[in-house]
Design a protein around this ligand. Structure first.
Ligand SMILES: C[S@@+](CC[C@H](N)C(=O)[O-])C[C@H]1O[C@@H](n2cnc3c(N)ncnc32)[C@H](O)[C@@H]1O
Length: 229
């Protein structure tokens, strides 16, 4: 039984369902989802820029964020959806984004990078959609250097009131659309506690509506991690 099932929430998304959903989204994604996710995407990229250096975008999608970075960074993007990556490669081929070094098809739960390769790992609207969020977070923490950051932005579960009831109602049909409205912040916090090598440094709602939450974790040096235990 998955952790989310144990907690009484809906089961984690099935990878194949997500792959199908994003194959369907790929031709429409920029027009439909681009504006909807813009505030969160930009806030996460701005936070990543302030870390700078080598940045891994996990679940890079069609590469809408390429324009949010500049020559102060080197971007590598990965995504499990070949049709989404194909769109990102088209965008890269325009030559407008020399700071983007490569984009490739890869599953976030099995990153083909050495430990500590990146200064920062960013995942915009991804962690709630993966089949095993804790495993993906472990991988993000592995490939980020000590002192580097993991930056997430998502809609997180509202937990109470009418909004939470609507999110629970929408949770099952949302899967087929490649969405997940009922992923709680507590799960990210529990992961960080269990991991021991990361510290939560920020959790803030994104303006103007506060619908999205930006979460930053810092990778601790080994000595700090031991002291925190
Ligand atoms: C909502 S889109 C976000 C795309 C982009 N980050 C943005 O903000 O526009 C979610 C993306 O996560 C990708 N994704 C989902 N599960 C993944 C996994 N296990 N590994 C890599 N990418 C994944 C999907 O293929 C999709 O492109």
């Amino acid at each position: 039984m998955s952790k989310s099932s144990r907690d009484g929430a809906f089961a984690d998304p099935d990878r194949h369902v997500m792959e199908k959903a994003y194959a369907r989204w790929a031709p429409l994604y920029d027009a439909v989802c681009g504006p909807i996710f813009e505030s969160g995407r930009r806030a996460a990229a701005a936070a990543a820029r302030s870390v700078g250096g080598r940045i891994l975008e996990v679940g890079v999608g069609t590469g809408l964020s390429f324009a949010d970075y500049d020559a102060s960074c080197e971007i590598v993007g990965i995504d499990m959806s070949a049709p989404m990556v194909s769109k990102a490669l088209d965008r890269l081929a325009t030559g407008q984004f020399p700071h983007v070094k490569s984009v490739m098809v890869m599953d976030a739960s099995d990153l083909a990078f050495a430990d500590g390769t990146f200064d920062c790992v960013v995942a915009q609207f991804v962690i709630t959609l993966v089949a095993d969020a804790e495993r993906v977070l472990d991988e993000c923490a592995r490939v980020v250097r000590p002192g580097g950051e993991i930056i997430l932005v998502n809609h997180l579960y509202s937990e109470r009131g009418l909004t939470a009831a609507i999110e629970r109602l929408f949770a099952r049909p949302a899967r087929a659309l490649g969405l997940r409205p009922e992923f709680p912040f507590a799960r990210l916090a529990a992961w960080a506690n269990a991991h021991g090598g990361v510290a939560l440094v920020e959790r803030r709602p994104i303006k103007p509506l506060g619908v999205y939450t930006l979460v930053r974790f810092r990778r601790l040096a080994a000595v700090q991690a031991e002291a925190a235990e």
